[in-house]
Design a protein around this ligand. Structure first.
Ligand SMILES: Nc1ncnc2c1ncn2[C@@H]1O[C@H](COP(=O)(O)OP(=O)(O)O)[C@@H](O)[C@H]1O
Ligand SMILES: [Mg+2]
Length: 338
């Protein structure tokens, strides 16, 4: 670009200089009309030659730019380092390189997104298959005669029924995920009393813990602290955290509570369960990720609960965090504004 500007300036200078020379010659020597005509022709000829070379130079540059753009269109470059323009076009070369890198990045992101979508669809089909096959199996066995066998008929129907419940849970989670993805999850933020909220939750979920011989312990003071959030969505998060804690704890207890700082309330769910290894910890918030797939499925888990919880807490401008020691237990917690 610089060279181009210099060339352009030199050409303009030459034209200007020849024009001044022409004027000087004209004024000083007061040439005759024939001489004037000759001088004029010389002036025009000289400048035409200068303009011709300038045009040639520009045509070469345009040709160069056109070739690079064409090569980009034909996908002939793997890396921006392969793009090269002559010295006069270095600034343009930098811009083209930046544009090339940007579109490479966009393409990469699109490919990644496409892969995530394909994987997600694969996972959904896989998850649907298990309950549907089981229901089909039980119904077929019943139709083939087991219906009249009082030893198994009730049990088979119960099992089929449990799978329809799992199917329904999966469907609800999928609807939530799709609402989150499309940005259609409506949130309704209000101040609410956290003690009251957790008290209700504990009494609703205590029977689930008792079924496994665990106790669900409320660990918070009776206070009039109000926190800001979407109560219904937060209930969804805490139900999943508490049910997870119950699911993945064989003995001991599950504690639910909150602590307070100047600005925030910190809500936690603690258990004395199997814990999560360091290698699994960063992945448990991914969709469909479960440390033990069979165990989770067995207990009606979809592997979507924590992914949904993460989104909901992020919609509260907060972050869900976890500390865990394998064999000792886990603690999930998040902050809410006062
Ligand atoms: N309290 C916990 N203790 C141990 N592992 C847990 C706990 N909570 C979650 N996990 C692990 O994280 C995975 C993902 O949890 P989640 O998304 O709620 O799916 P789901 O409960 O349907 O399996 C679980 O399958 C389990 O492996
Ligand atoms: Mg869960």
């Amino acid at each position: 670009m610089k060279k181009h500007i210099i060339t352009k300036n030199i050409s303009s200078l030459i034209i200007l200089f020849s024009f001044i020379l022409f004027l000087v010659l004209f004024i000083y020597f007061s040439p005759s009309s024939l001489e004037s005509a000759l001088l004029l022709i010389l002036f025009v000829l000289f400048n035409s030659i200068v303009l011709f070379f300038l045009k040639q130079e520009r045509r070469k540059e345009l040709e160069e730019i056109k070739n690079v753009i064409k090569k980009i269109r034909l996908n002939e470059f793997q890396d921006s380092g392969e793009i090269f323009l002559s010295d006069s076009l270095k600034e343009l070369e930098t811009e083209i390189k930046a544009m090339f890198s940007r579109s490479q990045l966009d393409i990469q992101n699109l490919k990644k997104l496409e892969q995530v979508r394909t994987e997600f669809l694969g996972n959904v089909s896989q998850e649907l298959r298990t309950p549907i096959f089981s229901i089909q199996g039980y119904l077929e066995t019943l139709l083939d005669g087991a219906l009249n066998d009082s030893n198994v008929n009730h049990n088979f129907l119960q099992k089929a029924h449990r799978h329809t419940i799992n199917l329904n849970t999966l469907l609800n989670d999928l609807i939530d995920i799709s609402m989150i993805e499309s940005g259609n999850m409506k949130m309704s933020f209000r101040y609410f009393n956290i003690s009251q909220f957790l008290k209700t939750l504990v009494s609703e979920l205590s029977p689930e813990a008792e079924k496994k011989g665990l106790s669900l312990i409320p660990n918070f003071p009776s206070s009039d602290l109000e926190l800001y959030g979407d109560k219904q969505r937060l209930k969804q998060v805490l139900v999943n955290l508490i049910l997870n804690a119950i699911k993945y704890t064989e003995d001991g207890s599950v504690e639910v509570g909150f602590t307070e700082t100047i600005e925030f309330g910190i809500i936690f769910v603690r258990d004395t369960g199997i814990g999560i290894s360091d290698s699994d910890l960063p992945r448990i918030f991914e969709r469909f990720y479960r440390v033990d797939k069979d165990r989770s499925r067995e207990q009606g888990g979809t592997g979507l609960g924590l992914a949904i919880a993460k989104h909901i807490i992020e919609a509260h401008s907060s972050k869900i965090e976890v500390k865990s020691t394998p064999g000792r237990g886990s603690e999930f917690f998040f902050r809410l504004k006062k």
